[in-house]
Design a protein around this ligand. Structure first.
Ligand code: ADP
Ligand code: ZN
Ligand code: ZN
Length: 724
């Protein structure tokens, strides 16, 4: 038997996604007849299965002599595609190590799902089809110029840029061109940030042939307007296929097509949600992160990465410029953009004025201590809304709770509509008379009488958007619009937008003026460019001020600023727009800062508090979360792992700079009968925290295997957690 030595057969190391927490590192050895470039996509056998993998030379060559007879050949090389770049592989390696996951998991999650099950023949066929359709559509012909973008909106840009930039926009763009960044574009709502992004993208695209731009948005489903604006601007110049999207609302086939377009360089602009930070873009030269403060940039499953933070890392890695934008930046980014002399690393570009000189809304507070106890809409707010209706203007009223009432309660005994499976109440939905748990999905008809005592009198406690809508309709029953017609109210929340296309049609009703009052959850407060809304009201925003999460005020402030930003965007409306807040704490500093639209004052006071308390960004955190059949098991596992760390990490002296707090139940301690606990890990040094976590990860794995921890279902590390 002649056996070729493994080196001659081309030892090929391949990264695959092995089962979570398995002992395999993720890089497996195969052989192949030819030498494949690192980054080549391949199909390989693993056990009985065949998997997608990426050729991935291990960082340090293993010294162990491989038995060539044991190596299996790769099944196929998808080498019709160019290999993934070294930059891309470095991004994956960094993500895996920083967020404490395996590189295989991160890499495979970053590739389009459809690719996982494709043979090289199928892939070839797909590419041929794409090339054909590109040939027929991509030239900027007259018909492309006249074609309306996929989602026509009233404000979609006309072809190419006809706008005269404001002075602030020009300054921001000049600094972008002249300096390296990363940039934080701190611009008021309606200051024209999107226009700046498009201008920066345009100048990047002309700066070198083939240059690519990545634009990230928190929720692309809510921003079809943005897609339309980018398509209208860039498709006439670079072809119909030059702008592609990447988000989870797309079909697997669409996602694969976008990915292939980005990877091949055909797509010049990629618009996407957080997943797009991993898009393979060989000529990436600019990354824009719009609404950079938005929590949805942080992934909450798998590798819990922050796409915003990775964007900055990726920019540095690839030599691409990075621009973060927000009217209310995250305190982390705000802190990073302090003057360079004080240690700032980002360049802050400021655009405080609204385009056209429109004023930011007047902020009004209603002291709810002076209102009747059961009051939902105070009389001054109602009068203001009625005034807007009389003038034919729109109002937006929001409340961060969907359903009719968050709890049903018996008027006689203690019974409340608790969920059997969760530490939460089931929400009363009047529309179909159900009690629904928003955490596990348990849904039942509302009982006729109290299940505990038989009392037929069970009452809704508190209010949700459904009740708010009903209540407003009652209050405004006698009111007429200028044309004599009754007031039209539309509600937008997760319940009303469940059906495909529902959100779009409701939004277009608002845009075309078929609606007088828009009621909804925070879903409506973000990002939309509503032109006719002149009054925005937060019905009950105080909750966040009682939260134990130290980031709650930051989130509330940004939500209210965003919401206020929906009002008065049309400078041709004569009356000043208004932002109303009903509050029991009218003199709270957060509301004071909001009244002045003074984000810097708010941010600086928050940062001072954080510094005194040694909280992020002045310290670095990670959470370990565990799920188990019982709280004891979940906490027991974490506390055991903590003791192991104390025993084993002493020698490295890591614990001098790392604090492990005792395990506690999570704020939602039980969901669907699974108990959840968490442990906070904190350090003044990011590097030390990283070193500790890498060392501790193995201990967590072996602790889990301890018979004492039988009840543990799963655990995960969350680095830089957002919710504590
Ligand atoms: P932001 O993202 O800062 O909230 P947008 O970029 O959405 O603001 O701009 C708000 C509105 O102003 C949009 O309708 C946009 O088309 C328009 N706009 C932006 N820049 C200009 C300009 N220089 N001249 C006229 N209109 C502009
Ligand atoms: Zn009862
Ligand atoms: Zn439940």
């Amino acid at each position: 038997m002649t056996q070729i030595p493994v080196t001659e057969k081309c030892l090929t190391q391949v990264l695959v996604h092995t089962p979570a927490h398995s002992q395999m590192a993720g890089v497996l050895s195969y052989w192949n007849e030819t030498l494949l470039a690192p980054g080549t996509l391949v199909r390989v056998p693993l056990g009985q299965r065949e998997l997608l993998g990426v050729v991935w030379p291990a960082e340090q060559a293993s010294e162990t002599v491989l038995d060539p007879a044991k190596l299996r050949p790769i099944t196929a090389a998808l080498d019709i595609l160019p290999p993934l770049s070294a930059h891309w592989r470095a991004l994956i390696n960094f993500t895996a190590s920083y967020y404490q996951r395996s590189a295989g998991e991160v890499a495979l999650a970053a590739l389009p799902p459809q690719l996982r099950d494709m043979s090289s023949v199928q892939l070839r066929r797909r590419l041929k089809k794409l090339a054909k359709s590109a040939k027929t559509q991509s030239l900027p012909t007259d018909s492309a110029l006249n074609k309306t973008p996929s989602k026509p909106t009233p404000e979609a840009d006309t072809v190419a840029s006809a706008v005269v930039l404001t002075k602030e926009q020009r300054q921001a763009i000049r600094r972008f061109r002249d300096e390296a960044g990363p940039f934080l574009l701190f611009g008021a709502t309606g200051s024209g940030k999107t226009e700046v992004f498009m201008q920066c993208a345009a100048s990047t695209l002309v700066s070198s042939s083939g240059a690519q731009v990545l634009v990230m948005v928190p929720e692309i489903n809510l921003t079809p307007q943005l897609e339309a604006r980018f398509k209208a601007r860039f498709c006439p110049l670079y072809g119909a296929e030059a702008v592609v999207s990447m988000h989870s609302g797309m079909t697997p086939a669409q996602r694969l097509n976008s990915w292939l377009a980005a990877h091949s360089g055909a797509a010049r602009v990629v618009l996407g949600t957080r997943m797009a930070v991993f898009a393979s873009m060989p000529q990436l030269q600019l990354i824009v992160v719009d609404e950079e403060h938005d929590p949805s940039y942080k992934s909450s499953e798998g590798a819990r990465y922050s796409a915003r933070d990775l964007a900055v890392y990726r920019g540095r890695l690839e030599g691409a410029k990075v621009m973060l934008g927000s009217a209310t930046p995250s305190l982390e980014s705000w802190h990073h953009s302090r003057p360079a002399a004080e240690g700032g690393r980002y360049l802050r570009l400021e655009m405080p004025s609204r385009v056209g000189g429109g004023q930011l809304p007047l902020v009004r507070r209603v002291d709810m201590n002076h209102q009747a106890k059961s009051c939902i809409i105070s009389s001054p707010l109602l009068a203001a809304i009625t005034g807007r209706i009389a003038r034919g203007e729109q109002s937006m009223v929001f409340l961060n709770r969907r359903g009719y009432a968050p709890v049903l309660q018996c008027s006689d005994c203690d019974w409340k509509s608790e969920c059997r499976h969760c530490s939460a109440y089931r929400v009363f939905h009047k529309i179909d008379r159900t009690l629904r748990c928003h955490h596990c999905g348990l849904s039942e008809r509302v009982p006729r009488a109290c299940p505990a005592c038989g009392n037929p009198d069970i009452m809704p406690l508190g209010r949700g958007t459904e009740r708010l809508e009903e209540h407003l309709a009652e209050l405004l029953r006698g009111v007429r619009r200028p044309d004599g017609q009754p007031v039209r109210i539309v509600r937008i929340d997760a319940d009303t937008t469940r059906l495909k296309g529902a959100l779009e049609s409701q939004l277009s009703q608002v845009h075309t003026g078929e609606v007088d009052i828009l009621v909804g959850t925070q879903m409506i407060a973000k990002g939309h460019d509503f032109r006719r809304i002149t009054l925005v009201a937060a019905v009950n925003p105080d909750n966040a001020l009682y939260s134990s999460d130290f980031r709650a005020p930051e989130r509330l402030f940004s939500l209210l600023m965003q919401a206020a930003g929906r009002a008065g965007r049309d400078e041709t409306v004569a009356n000043p727009s208004e932002m109303w807040m009903q509050t029991f704490l009218p003199t709270h500093p957060l509301y004071e800062a909001l009244k002045k639209h003074d984000y810097p004052a708010f941010a600086d006071s928050q940062l001072k508090e954080r510094q005194q308390a040694a909280m992020p960004p002045f310290s670095f955190q990670a959470l370990v979360r565990a799920e188990a059949r019982s709280q004891e098991a979940a906490q027991g596992f974490l506390n055991l792992a903590r003791r192991v760390a104390a025993d084993q990490c002493d020698t490295a002296n890591l614990l001098a700079q790392v604090t492990l707090y005792p395990a506690v139940p999570m704020s939602m301690a039980r969901i669907a009968n699974i108990e959840r606990a968490q442990m906070l890990v904190e350090s003044p040094s990011r590097a030390t925290l990283q070193r500790f976590l890498s060392a501790w990860q193995g201990m967590l794995h072996s602790t889990r295997a301890d018979p004492e921890c039988k009840g543990v279902i799963r655990w995960a590390i969350d680095v830089d957690p957002l919710n504590i």
